[in-house]
Write a protein of this length. Structure first.
Length: 292
């Protein structure tokens, strides 16, 4: 028996998606525990980009194009507790007393309705004097991993300036380091739960179209010298025609195969790879949409 819908405008279909993106002469996600070198799987040498990094890019894009429009504010930025207190003020609630779950639920509903990233990814909002609970979001993204092991490099750079006047006698330049990956093609996998959308956050069809748009453009307004050239190359979406889904997610992810064309030379561009999507004998009720 299908679960009763709490949010009538929420999505009614489950989705999985695969994102392929690459980096050229840049650091896609520095590791502060390793001198900000590109993140690497220590056992295999494959490059990693965290889910937190990718979700930040999505948040930044939504904030850029929506500009805090009603329903599309971003929660994870600046001071979090101030936003939680504002939820209580907007709903006319007094400070929560221990165990007052009704107030928390009302405030949580306000946060889901007004903050795109809470409605999408969920959030821990149980801090401070105005708790709004913990929301498990319908959209989850795994770490991105490079198709091949990456060759992390570090070069020395010079700056034609000095920081402190007292160091002027030592010269007019200062030395520094820059970490980068000459080239890496990364693959990330994601999930969209209609159950959580309908019963927890109200994530809608309009929201999911904005999510696809944000993923496709997440690097277009985030360029910097440190990150080099980063481009989203593919967004492949598997749509189930049901609420709970029609096939296990891993069987759909395995249909996206990425292979090097020439194993002898190091990969230095996207066309050094071949991307194949196996659409033969698709599970009944699952369709594939290659967004780019």
């Amino acid at each position: 028996m299908e679960t009763m819908k709490k949010f009538e405008n929420a999505i009614g279909n489950r989705y999985e998606f695969v994102v392929l993106f690459d980096v050229e002469n840049g650091n896609p996600n520095g590791d502060p525990d390793a001198g900000n070198m590109p993140r690497v799987d220590a056992e295999t040498g494959h490059g990693l980009v965290t889910d937190v990094c990718l979700k930040r890019k999505i948040r930044n894009y939504v904030e850029l194009i929506k500009n805090d429009a009603p329903g599309y504010k971003i929660f994870i930025k600046e001071i979090l507790n101030d936003k939680l207190e504002n939820a209580y003020l907007e709903k006319g609630l007094t400070k929560e007393k221990k165990g007052d779950t009704d107030k928390v639920a009302i405030a949580q509903g306000f946060m889901c309705e007004n903050y795109f990233d809470v409605r999408t990814f969920g959030a821990v909002m149980s801090t401070g004097d105005y708790p709004c609970g913990v929301v498990r979001g319908p959209v989850q993204i795994n770490f991105a991993k490079s198709i091949d092991p990456i060759a992390t490099q570090e070069i020395t750079i010079t700056r034609m300036a000095i920081t402190k006047a007292k160091d002027a006698s030592k010269g007019t330049t200062e030395m520094g380091k820059k970490s980068f990956v000459p080239y890496g093609l990364y693959k990330a996998e994601g999930f969209v739960s209609a159950a959580l959308a309908q019963n927890v956050t109200g994530f809608s069809d309009e929201d999911i179209e904005l999510l696809w748009q944000a993923i496709i453009n997440m690097f277009e307004h985030d360029h910097s010298a440190a990150r080099g050239k980063m481009i989203v190359r593919k967004l492949i979406v598997f749509k189930h025609d049901s609420f709970l889904g029609n096939a296990p997610s891993h069987t759909l992810f395995e249909r996206v195969n990425v292979q090097r064309i020439d194993d002898e030379a190091p990969a230095r561009k996207y066309t050094d790879y071949e991307v194949r999507i196996d659409t033969s004998n698709m599970p009944s009720g699952v369709t594939v949409d290659e967004k780019i």
